[in-house]
Design a protein. Structure first.
Length: 401
């Protein structure tokens, strides 16, 4: 097997997913195209050597559908010989795209690839791609489908996690993200998105709420209680009859925010890196995706992490930093408990609760974030993972070179 090395990564700042958000006027193709341009220009790439661009997207429909990886290549003025594709594994699409791009290198079938992701949630709302999960009663009843927010409250209830626990974690996510921006930790990898005439639109994550206090979060209403009362709580309790009720403890303040954004990672063989004068920053050690209970839905991170560790021949103690997408605060707290991880080694620069979760791009974003942090701290290894809709999880282990 050939080693798959990470040479560079970049991301856009995250813009609020609103009609008045800073990135609303920028299409998904343009967002991802600017990421590809940055990777090309920063590394002096001859793009005719890029053998595939694998693009993750959570809602691959409309203007961000139809093989957006190829469309973004053409927008970015890559060589016409550079192919592109599009994959969707819901929230882990960006990380799965990196894993596929790396797998091609590992298999010796490509020498230079890009794994990337994009989501414009202000232009293509979450859930736009539809699907049988929520629209086909025969499947929804068979698997006892409930929306993700209800699943988040379900796992919090089953694990005895309180609203106070969630809000305390979320305040710290906001504090860490604000501190990271103030200290310039993201400066190397976040570029300014521009409009069609080259004017700057956004240079910093727009969703972040610096100075958020516990008291502020405590005032927010439950986000999913009304939804649960509309039959979804009853559906979940059919599967977990040992519960008397579901405590609706997640709010807009302890759940991930809806944002627009894109990110990309340049991956290749050592041989190609040497030929192009590119210094590898990290090696991809292993990756794994798993299926988990579709009703609880958000419990995939632990089994995905354990499988990726097994494939790498590593133990939990071999990992210096963990990065788990903050889809909901309970997801991270459950993972920390199951993996015996303390908060000082996971999501050390905040996460999606503070900065937002652009579904198809987040996996690529958080891999880049933790690579920068490994270098800043002079540490070696990281495990990156995400919970995934419909009951899945995806994990990747990287090691600095």
């Amino acid at each position: 097997m050939t080693g798959a090395y990470i040479f560079d990564h970049v991301r856009t700042p995250r813009g609020k997913a609103r009609a008045n958000g800073a990135l609303h006027s920028v299409t998904s193709v343009e967002l991802l195209g600017q990421v590809l341009q940055q990777l090309r220009d920063r590394n002096g790439l001859d793009t005719s050597l890029v053998e595939d661009v694998v693009a993750g997207c959570g809602s691959p429909v409309g203007e961000q559908g139809s093989a957006i990886g190829r469309a973004a290549c053409l927008y970015a003025d890559y060589s016409i010989t550079c192919p592109g594709q599009q994959i969707s594994r819901f929230c882990s699409s960006g990380l799965e795209a990196i894993n596929i791009a790396a797998a091609k290198v590992m298999a010796g079938q490509c020498d230079l690839t890009i794994g990337c992701g994009v989501e414009s949630m202000s232009r293509i709302p979450i859930g736009s791609s539809g699907g049988a999960w929520s629209s086909d009663p025969s499947l929804a009843y068979k698997i006892q489908y409930i929306p993700q927010g209800i699943s988040a409250d379900l796992i919090a209830t089953r694990n005895g996690i309180s609203r106070v626990d969630l809000d305390l974690y979320s305040v710290e996510s906001q504090r860490r993200a604000s501190h990271a921006w103030e200290q310039g930790y993201f400066d190397r990898s976040v570029f300014t998105v521009i409009d069609d005439i080259g004017m700057p639109l956004l240079s910093r994550d727009e969703y972040i709420r610096a100075g958020t206090r516990f008291e502020d979060l405590a005032k927010l209403p439950s986000a999913f209680e009304a939804m649960g009362a509309n039959a979804f709580d009853a559906q979940a309790l059919l599967k977990f009859p040992e519960l008397e009720r579901i405590a609706h403890v997640h709010t807009a303040g302890n759940s991930s925010g809806l944002v627009d954004g894109a990110a990309g990672v340049l991956i290749g063989s050592k041989k190609m890196g040497d030929a192009l004068g590119l210094k590898p920053r990290a090696k991809i050690r292993s990756f794994a995706s798993i299926g988990s209970d579709p009703t609880e839905m958000l419990t995939g991170p632990t089994p995905a992490a354990l499988l990726s560790l097994k494939k790498a021949g590593m133990n939990r103690s071999d990992i210096d930093l963990f990065e788990l997408n903050e889809a909901f605060a309970a997801v991270v707290l459950v993972f920390m408990s199951e993996m015996n991880i303390t908060h000082d080694c996971i999501n050390v620069n905040g996460g999606a609760i503070a900065m937002g979760h652009p579904i198809g791009a987040t996996g690529a974003m958080i891999l880049g974030t933790v690579l920068d942090e490994l270098e800043r701290r002079d540490k070696s290894t990281s495990l990156i993972n995400l919970c995934v809709g419909a009951g899945m999880g995806t994990a990747t282990i990287i090691e600095r070179v």
